[in-house]
Write a protein that binds this ligand. Structure first.
Ligand SMILES: O=P(O)(O)OC[C@@H](O)[C@@H](O)c1c[nH]c2ccccc12
Length: 267
């Protein structure tokens, strides 16, 4: 039985093999070494939360496999600047083309328009991709536990650390969370969307949130649209949110971002 995530993994492994054949690791590493210095992604989130505020990772997202085209007038640099002015703490930029209509250039354009740290949102399997992400300027990578083995996850996390980058470890169920907690990264993303079925429910954060523990920073991901959603998730221990679609659908992204973050964190 193949699901969406399996299909993405199959084409991504081919894509990476083709890219590696074009550009040997040594070359990508040289580019990564001369890239713009790393911005502290995890540190920025922790600082915001320690100030008693919500920390938003705002996603630059043109389309998705579940929703199709989300935003037609898509200007990554302008959207990034609007997110920053609206109060986002970090950005996430999709670089996967086949499923999300993303592009590496979008990450480069978005990051150079702001001073925020940026997550490369893609499907990672190989340390070569981590070096490539750093060469593009990325400050954080995503590791999706549903799609990698223990040893792959460790290898990716080690590569991120070696480049001085943060790693967001994404989980969707208790087993994936168990595996994530054996890794070292301080950032655990609970994806409210099941990447195999697209079913989305904030109950996923409710059910898993308490198990993340105080040392690690819990990031609730996907399916949020309102200030009430953030308040509800805050009740499940989340202070950090990864949000794309609902903000991308707003005409005035800056105002929508500011409005979403305007309530104080409930005591
Ligand atoms: O657009 P939403 O529902 O606000 O979700 C954003 C983000 O969480 C989602 O894009 C995402 C979470 N994990 C991923 C993994 C791959 C691609 C995309 C994702």
């Amino acid at each position: 039985m193949t699901n969406v995530l399996d299909r993405i993994k199959a084409y991504k492994l081919e894509e990476v093999a083709a890219r590696k054949a074009q550009r040997p690791l040594a070359e990508v590493e040289a580019a990564a070494k001369s890239a713009s210095p790393v911005r502290d992604f995890e540190g920025a989130l922790r600082r915001k939360v320690s100030e008693g505020r919500y920390a938003l990772i705002a996603e630059v997202k043109k389309a998705s496999p579940s929703k199709g085209l989300i935003r037609a007038d898509f200007e990554p640099a302008d959207l990034a600047a609007q997110y920053e002015r609206g109060g986002a703490t970090c950005l996430s930029v999709l670089t996967d083309a086949p499923s999300f209509q993303g592009h590496e250039d979008y990450l480069v354009a978005a990051r150079s328009a702001v001073s925020l740290p940026v997550l490369r949102k893609d499907f990672m399997y190989d340390p070569w991709q981590v070096a490539e992400a750093r060469a593009l300027g990325a400050d954080c990578i995503l590791i999706i536990m549903a799609s990698v083995s223990e040893s792959q996850a460790t290898e990716l996390e080690d590569a991120a650390r070696a480049w001085g980058m943060s790693a967001l470890i994404e989980v969707h169920d208790g087993q994936e969370l168990d595996r994530a907690l054996m890794l070292q990264s301080g950032l655990i993303g609970i994806n409210n969307r099941n990447l195999k079925t697209f079913e989305t429910s904030l109950d996923v954060t409710r059910d898993l949130g308490a198990r993340v523990g105080g040392e690690r920073l819990l990031v609730s991901e996907s399916g949020m649209a309102t200030r009430e959603d953030l308040a509800k998730l805050s009740g499940y221990g989340a202070r950090t949110f990864l949000i794309g679609e609902s903000l991308m659908r707003k005409e005035d992204v800056e105002a929508a971002t500011r409005n979403l973050l305007s309530d104080p964190v409930p005591a």
